[in-house]
Design a protein around this ligand. Structure first.
Ligand code: MG
Length: 468
């Protein structure tokens, strides 16, 4: 009898323990759902037309295409600026770069001798997520200041593996008569590769850099599969000089640029595979986009904006509308999204999803786009400002875009002012070919007012790109 009751007691204890552990597991799962993981894959200078799913005839991007068909392809997704540094500042802070002093008409980006960077008071996505104890990694190109007070680890990232600025900087003279961009060698660019605050390689071996960024990201995913994390995977390619690993040499009909995109696409596939393998794909939002349009002055070494006009540096669509894919199995409404959104919408959206409170002492230029992601609603965005450095060159309201100024994508000359502004209906005319200003004076009045009201919200701050 005694033996019998002790057996029952053991069984009761076992069942209770099992029940408690299941409760704890369910609680953990719920916590996980409350705090999804976020991965932003931010490539450098890839054009709107450079994904096969956006119609490129010879570049193959099977992983991006799969990500788009399983998730969402966004066709009206913008960056905050058409060049690297201000574009990255906009993404990281949810604010136009003019508000953080991260743009300038004199120096369009930060350089290795720059003294400025993203000010400490700015709240990056990583810093915001620290409120909820996210593990945070910046893997790839930073370009928001290389001095210690501006680096990723000073801006909310636990871990940094990458280069502090562009891969074409710190140039060393190549041999005479060698175009170092068209015939690049690693030694021509003395760019440091860093792990946290330490330089671990100089010059960075750029032939293996995409592969190594990917390995770092996959490792970080594995190490953090049981807790919420944020990875900012900012590939330094396809910014010139173009490099790719041996395995990808000569594989694309599109030439070296196509090889580079193929390796980036492989990287995307490895990230998706790691999420699936670790059982966290359904708890992770992955966003893929580019920091600005293709660098057209580099001819076949630059990408393609497809049917869009212009490229990197300019305020036509090709400079700021990006190849963009979202992936989050089980949460996103699959399909093509034509709603307008920008990289500045990511901070408010991510913060809301993670339950992070953002301070109310500053102006944000982003909106929550989760309702669009689930197909259950719209965002509050109806306007996009196209800044060239510190000036609003164009404004989009709904389908209509008005250009107040235009200028060649590169260089500082020949600003053309328009009064009335050029007006295009981007839904009908995405290539900005047919000026319809004379047909819509009312829309021009409305957009002018939006521009003036916006400009009144801009408060002068210290210029970080011109800081000496
Ligand atoms: Mg760029």
């Amino acid at each position: 009898m005694k033996l019998f009751s002790s057996r029952i007691l053991t069984q009761v204890l076992l069942i209770t323990a099992l029940f408690i552990s299941q409760l704890a597991f369910a609680k953990k799962q719920n916590e996980k759902r409350d705090c999804p993981n976020f991965i932003i894959i931010f490539v450098d200078d890839m054009g709107y037309g450079d994904m096969s799913i956006n119609g490129h005839p010879t570049i193959k991007t099977p992983n991006l295409d799969r990500m788009a068909t399983e998730g969402q392809k966004w066709t009206n997704f913008y960056v905050a600026a058409p060049v690297c540094t201000p574009s990255r500042a906009g993404l990281m802070t949810g604010r136009l770069p003019i508000r953080s002093g991260m743009c300038s008409s004199k120096k369009r980006v930060l350089f290795p001798d720059s003294k400025g960077g993203l000010p400490e008071k700015e709240i990056t996505i990583a810093k915001a997520l620290k409120q909820k104890d996210y593990a945070t990694a910046c893997i790839g190109k930073w370009h928001l200041g290389h001095l210690p007070q501006y680096t990723p680890t000073s801006h909310g990232f636990d871990y940094f593996f990458g280069i502090p600025y562009s891969n074409d900087m710190d140039r060393i003279d190549g041999p005479d008569n060698v175009d170092i961009i068209r015939q690049p060698k690693i030694d021509y660019f003395n760019v440091p590769l860093m792990r946290n605050s330490e330089i671990i390689e100089r010059p960075a071996d750029q032939t293996t850099i995409t592969k190594r960024y990917t390995e770092e990201a996959v490792k970080f995913i594995g190490e953090n599969k049981d807790n919420p994390f944020f990875i900012y995977l900012a590939h330094s390619m396809p910014h010139v000089p173009l490099f790719r690993s041996k395995k990808f040499e000569g594989i694309s009909l599109r030439g070296t640029y196509g090889d580079v995109i193929a390796e980036i696409d492989w990287s995307v596939g490895r990230v998706m595979e790691a999420l699936k393998k670790n059982g966290i794909a359904e708890n992770t939002l992955v966003v893929f986009t580019s920091d600005n349009g293709p660098w057209l002055i580099h001819n076949e070494n630059g990408g393609s904006a497809g049917l869009l006009k212009g490229g990197k540096g300019g305020t036509y669509e090709g400079g700021m509308r990006e190849p963009t894919v979202f992936w989050w199995p089980g949460t996103l409404k699959e399909g093509v999204v034509c709603d307008m959104a920008t990289t500045m919408d990511l901070l408010p959206t991510i913060s809301k999803l993670a339950g992070v409170q953002l301070p109310t002492d500053r102006v944000y230029d982003g909106y929550d786009i989760f309702p669009i992601m689930t197909g259950k609603g719209k965002s509050d965005r109806d306007v996009v400002f196209y800044y060239r450095d510190t000036e609003v060159f164009a404004v989009r309201k709904g389908a209509y875009k008005a250009h107040f100024f235009t200028q060649a994508d590169s260089g500082r000359k020949d600003v053309t002012m328009y009064d009335p502004p050029l007006l295009y209906n981007l839904n009908v005319d995405p290539s900005e070919k047919y000026n319809i200003a004379d047909q819509h004076p009312d829309i021009i009045v409305e957009i002018k007012k939006i521009k003036e009201e916006h400009e009144a919200t801009v408060v002068p701050v210290e210029n970080q790109l011109e800081k000496r």
